[in-house]
Design a protein around this ligand. Structure first.
Ligand code: SF4
Length: 448
């Protein structure tokens, strides 16, 4: 029997990466295996992102390139799924522009991929060609017990909440991922116990806003309780989570993180702007003062906590004073690292309809912000030199070279055999370069 193979191209965030693991899991149940590349695959899946117009343009270009493969191998099945296709009217446009596409599914029904591949195979046996276009579902259900083909090494992603209720004025996510739906806590705990039993050393909880976990449930569950339950599980492992929203970040969550050694002292807390006027225009529902209070609480309970952020410049209406407020906040908080970016209008969002900040001004602001943040990151990196930290060896990119992260989330490279991947090691940091740290294993010793 000839083994069939699939290739998945994933765009966008960690949610999409994990969704692709579920799509792969579904294809494995049909007997498909991972192909070397798109050219040798029998099923090609594009798991798309629509967070920025530029991302969408790139995906459209790459879909266009698939025509070449389809012309040479008409039997190949091409599926486009995910955030981009979940937008109203996009599926119809795609079919018109790229008639060689076989399957289109959204975020709400990507789990139907195995059924649809089977349908295509059956319809071809009857010499019919069909295109499957799935309309969007308003209230998608949570699908439990989906097979997952994990590709994330020592770390396992675990969804705890789907969707978003926040409607930040620049963001398309609530329109393509639907409203918040939290998974039952006992189901999450069972999944994590199973993953730890399989030997995963790190669990990362996923959600657009993990802090509002449980608010749609009637059993009293919330994020702090969930963290505490997971933190109590036996065995040595690390627990991380993303992404947090400052408006829902409670002091209970900070207490739980500080109390349980398994929960990493590492928090990604997107601030977006340091200006109250801009935060209001973004509909972020917190102020600069509230954000700084959270930071103070974190630092009080966990002085070594690595705090990272997302920061945007050039949001419509951002004045020079607003931007100065952002810079002042960055200097005050001293993030260990930050994803800094220029606002770009996303069609379908409110902010895209507003007067835009000129490109030149955006460019000047991002240059200044990046330089300030880089300097802070460099100074904080230098403070690691000479210290010894527990690092989980996550990958072996080259022979005798390993990399992994400290509890605070800093990436460290060091020499060591690939058998150490998946082990906790004591690493002495010997050198820092910008955000990168370099070190050596202490006495070849693994941590208990
Ligand atoms: S919290 Fe705001 S930025 Fe994050 S996914 Fe929801 S709407 Fe988008």
């Amino acid at each position: 029997m000839v083994t069939k193979a699939y290739h998945i191209e994933t765009y966008g965030c960690q949610m999409n990466v994990h969704d692709s693991e579920k799509i792969a899991g579904a294809l494995h149940t049909l007997g498909y295996v991972q192909a070397k590349d798109a050219f040798s695959a029998d099923v090609i899946v594009f798991n798309t992102c629509c967070i920025r117009d530029t991302a969408e343009k790139k995906i459209l270009g790459n879909i266009g390139d698939l025509k070449h493969i389809k012309t040479h191998r008409p039997d190949v099945i091409i599926a486009i799924v995910g955030c981009m296709t979940q937008q109203k009217g996009i599926a119809e446009q795609l079919v018109k522009k790229f008639p060689f596409i076989d399957i289109i599914l959204g975020t709400s029904n990507a789990n139907e991929i195995a059924d649809k591949v089977n349908e295509i195979v059956a319809s071809r046996a009857q010499r019919r060609h069909r295109v499957v276009v799935i309309p969007r579902m308003e209230k998608p259900a949570i699908n439990e017990n989906e097979p997952v083909f994990r590709t994330s090494g020592t770390n396992a992603w675990v969804n705890i909440i789907y969707g978003c209720n926040n409607f930040c004025t620049y963001c398309i996510v609530p329109f393509v991922r639907g409203r918040e739906r939290s998974r039952a806590p006992d189901v999450i705990i069972e999944e994590i116990k199973g993953l730890l039993g399989q030997g995963y050393k790190e669990i990362t909880l996923l959600g657009q806003n993990v802090n509002s976990y449980g608010s749609d449930r009637t059993d009293g569950s919330n994020f702090a309780k969930l963290l505490a339950e997971i933190g109590q599980l036996p065995g040595k492992f690390r627990l991380r989570f993303m992404t947090s929203h400052p408006k829902d970040f409670t002091s209970e969550v900070i207490d739980v993180i500080a109390a349980f050694p398994n929960i990493c002292n590492n928090i990604h807390l997107p601030v977006q702007s340091g200006s109250n006027a801009v935060l209001k225009a973004m509909n972020r529902k917190y102020t600069r003062e509230k954000y700084l209070d959270i930071i103070r609480m974190i630092r009080l309970k966990m002085p070594d906590c690595g705090i990272t952020s997302d920061i945007m410049v050039g949001f419509p209406g951002e004045t020079d004073d607003d931007f100065r407020d952002t810079l002042a906040l960055v200097k005050e908080v001293r993030f260990s690292n930050a994803f800094t970016f220029v606002y770009s209008p996303r069609k379908g969002t409110y902010a895209a309809t507003l007067d835009q900040v000129p490109h030149e001004i955006k460019k000047e602001r991002i240059t200044e912000l990046v330089s300030v943040q880089n300097e802070i990151t460099k100074e904080l990196s230098e403070q690691y030199v000479g210290g010894t930290f527990e690092v989980l060896a996550e990958d072996a990119p080259k022979e005798n070279l390993l990399c992994g992260r400290t509890e605070s989330g800093r990436l460290v490279s060091f020499n060591g055999p690939s058998e150490y991947v998946g082990q906790f090691l004591q690493i002495k940091v010997t050198k820092a370069k910008a955000s990168a740290l370099f070190g050596e294993i202490i006495n070849g010793k693994q941590c208990e």
